[in-house]
Design a protein around this ligand. Structure first.
Ligand code: LMG
Ligand code: NDP
Ligand code: PMR
Length: 399
């Protein structure tokens, strides 16, 4: 019965193998792995071109090679990655556990990055960094509580006072309240999941865009972590409750619980609020791309790193779920990835020249090769993205 119900949810892009295993999309199973030797060639070639016209030729040439290897192609506005004398500086929100911590570790290990761990719990972040073996010179912990817009502004001021450049911003932190019966609220009175995951990051990204723009780093990027569960063109996105922002009437009236704590104006549901917040994250990335990519040269991207079933995200779920969810994802859906692997994936979106295209929602196939994934109808709705932008601006005090 459960299986039948699950099958009936399948959209046309999802294939099911005979044994009853799920594959997220056909594209994932048919893509070939990407060839490292070709990439090396492309990078060698890139150093041979210097003038503007030569760079254009190089872009055409390298794009040809890349098209055979991965689906990513660098855009005209992102300068070709060249050797830089200084380390890159990446701010990662929620780097005290899970994906954020694994990404901080992966970047620090390259020796090319200094990571600003933007965390609500200073001591936890410091301990976490040490527990994964990060060296003191590779990171700085700075306080940021995304559930307070005042704290977001304070963080930006504190960061600017350090006079470090900002080369990459990773909006990663999130809360998930699957078992909450009643909504809880941020300092400014917004429902906690959307308030933290979307509104806190919305203000942070808008404020730090100026700093990113000023950076002289060859590849400046802003990444907002999305998820498959917000995309209703997938099986995972069809597990109830489904994401749906409706006409944003609840958000427009302040998400305060007076009228509604849900974006669509409906009854509170913690799992739906989280999935809605992920749709907001993916819409915001695309709106940033449309408004600012050309003008600033910043690459905007989102991603689904795979199902990291062991992270702290599920801390509020019932114990039975926490016990069964990792084996379910490992052996049944095959969507499971370790924190380490997911961290490497996000680190690629931060610094890999092949993933320099703006406006993309990245995913990985079973061979761990990246590809540009399709977002659901709602998560790619440009009208909705614009409306979300305008309503969010008002809520965070930017308009
Ligand atoms: C909502 O319910 C709540 O309303 C909301 O408040 C919030 O909590 C939200 O996302 C959180 O959940 C949605 C959810 C609740 O409902 C469903 O998912 C509907 C389907 C329920 C079906 C449950 C049966 C599971 C059977 C799995 C079959 C999948 C197909 C596999 C094909 C296999 C072929 C061989 O649901 C739950 O919360 C229930 C808890 C779900 C736990 C998920 C783990 C499933 C465990 C399945 C056993 C796996 C055992 C692992 C061992 C593998 C060894 C090989
Ligand atoms: P974790 O719970 O392990 O990490 C979330 C991080 O966010 C923690 O460091 C947490 O801090 C931080 N955080 C929560 N609230 C705030 C706040 N108010 N201010 C600042 N930081 C805060 O979960 P994951 O690593 O799994 O999640 C990371 C991202 O990955 C999220 O965006 C999630 O949506 C996304 N994702 C996760 C998937 C998964 O399967 N796990 C799949 C797809 C996407 P603290 O340590 O203090 O609690
Ligand atoms: Mg889901 C290909 C199948 C697939 C994938 C990749 C995920 C990812 N999930 C899949 C399938 C299913 N899940 C099926 C068939 C079920 C019904 C048994 C199911 C159930 C389920 C639950 C109850 N899944 C969940 C939950 C959660 O509470 C998680 C959630 O929705 O959090 C918002 C979750 C997730 N499943 C995933 C991923 C990545 C999650 C974590 C949520 C996220 O970060 O977006």
């Amino acid at each position: 019965m459960a299986l039948q119900a699950a099958y009936s949810l399948l959209p046309s892009t999802i294939s099911i193998q005979k044994e009853g295993k799920f594959n997220v999309s056909l594209k994932e199973t048919t893509l070939t792995g990407f060839s490292f030797s070709n990439q090396l060639r492309a990078d060698k070639i890139s150093t041979l071109f210097t003038s503007k016209e030569q760079r254009r030729q190089k872009a055409r040439f390298c794009n040809g090679i890349r098209a055979q290897t991965v689906t990513a192609t660098p855009t005209a506005n992102e300068a070709s990655p060249k050797k830089t004398m200084r380390k890159g500086t990446a701010v990662i929100t929620g780097a005290s556990s899970g994906l954020g911590l694994a990404t901080a570790k992966a970047l620090a290990e390259t020796g090319k990055w200094h990571v600003i761990m933007a965390c609500r719990n200073f001591l936890k972040a410091e301990k976490a960094a040490r527990s994964v073996g990060m060296s003191k010179e590779d990171y700085t912990v700075m306080h940021l509580d995304l559930a307070s817009l005042e704290s977001v502004r304070q963080f930006v001021d504190n960061f600017r006072r350090t006079e470090q450049p900002l080369d990459v911003l990773v909006c990663n932190a999130a809360v998930y309240q699957p078992t909450a019966k009643e909504p809880s609220f941020t300092a400014e009175g917004f429902e906690l999941s959307v308030g933290t995951n979307h509104l806190g990051h919305f203000l942070l990204s808008r404020l730090l865009l100026d700093d990113l723009q000023k950076s002289d780093y060859p590849s400046k990027r802003m990444i907002i972590v999305g998820s498959i569960t917000g995309n209703t063109n997938t099986l995972a996105g069809n597990v109830p409750p489904k994401a749906n922002l409706g006409d944003l009437r609840g958000l427009a009236s302040g998400l305060s619980g007076q009228n509604s704590s849900m974006i669509d104006g409906g009854e509170f549901d913690g799992a739906k609020a989280y999935k809605d917040s992920k749709v907001c994250n993916m819409l915001t990335m695309q709106e940033l791309h449309r408004r600012y990519h050309e003008e600033t040269g910043v690459t905007f991207a989102s991603l689904y790193p795979g199902c990291i079933a062991t992270t702290g995200l599920f801390r509020e779920h019932i114990p039975l779920f926490r016990l069964l969810f990792p084996p379910f994802q490992k052996y049944i859906t095959k969507g499971y990835v370790s924190e380490e692997e997911a961290g490497k994936r996000l680190a690629q979106v931060v610094s890999d020249p092949n993933l320099g295209k703006s406006g993309v929602y990245w995913s990985w196939n079973n061979n761990s090769s990246s590809f540009e994934n399709q977002l659901s109808k709602e998560a790619s709705d440009a009208e909705k993205a614009k409306k979300l932008w305008e309503v969010s601006e008002k809520l965070v005090g930017l308009a």
